[in-house]
Design a protein around this ligand. Sequence first.
Ligand SMILES: [Zn+2]
Length: 90
Amino acid sequence: MYNCPNCNQPTISVWQKFCTGPLSYTECRNCGFRISVPILKYAVSILPLLIGIILAGEVVHPIVLRFVALVLCLVVSVVILMKWVPLITK
Ligand SMILES: [Zn+2]
């Protein structure tokens, strides 16, 4: 669970944070505030995934390595999103 940036209670689930982007929001179950993520840090967090998509598209051979590159980049993106991108009030 993640703490709400408004009431500081652990009310935001991992899945809620994963599904929240800079253009969407989730609501705190305690205080009802809208919670989002900052757009610049979110953009940094999805960069590895974009690189993985490019690598999987044409750069890496054979196809098994394309899949491995894509999965590794996806994992890096998710870790950055969950550990480094903060929750903010919207
Ligand atoms: Zn709250």
